[in-house]
Ligand binder design. Structure first.
Ligand code: 4NP
Length: 151
């Protein structure tokens, strides 16, 4: 299975989500490919935010190799499931994807944990290190719930 994680900047939340889900999938022996992208292009080519890297490493997940890229219409074809951190990211991706948009692949990540609640993973970009830990834990629990459906 190929899974794409999408947020706004692809430097805070979706790099964490990519690293966390790939790490858990590997631990369960699942042959999954996980990637991430942002709907915005401000940070293309950059590594994840310093505090995303530090927080991930604290929990044993190394995301230092990741590079920011922008979501593109072709991602709709390349991936089986596309998780969005919040509703706005999904709406922006829908515009980018245009005629390639496939609603059956697009899901809000926290709905894995709280079905149909449409809750957002809060953006920690202007926050503190504690906010990154909070985001890590939310994403980690949602990824556990997603994986539980596939093992
Ligand atoms: P992310 O956070 O969507 O979790 O990567 C953000 C990173 C950068 C910006 C906004 C959100 N920005 O405006 O540059």
């Amino acid at each position: 299975m190929k899974v794409l994680m999408v947020c706004l900047g692809n430097i805070c939340r979706s790099p964490l989500a990519e690293g966390i889900l790939q790490h858990k999938a590997n631990q369960h022996g699942l042959q999954w490919q996980v990637d991430s992208a942002g709907t915005g292009n401000w940070h293309v080519g950059q590594p994840p935010h310093r505090l995303s890297q530090k927080t991930a490493l604290h929990y044993g997940v190394n995301i230092a190799h990741q590079k920011c890229r922008q979501f593109s219409a072709s991602d709709m074809m390349q991936f089986d499931v596309i998780f969005f951190m919040e509703r706005e990211n999904l709406e922006d991706a829908k515009i980018i994807a245009g005629s390639q948009w496939d609603a059956s692949k697009a899901k809000l990540l926290l709905n894995e944990l709280h079905p149909e609640s449409n809750k957002a993973v809060p953006d920690p970009y202007y926050g503190t290190e504690a906010d990154y830990h909070h985001v890590f834990e939310m994403i980690s629990k949602a990824c556990d719930a997603f994986i539980a459906k596939h093992i």
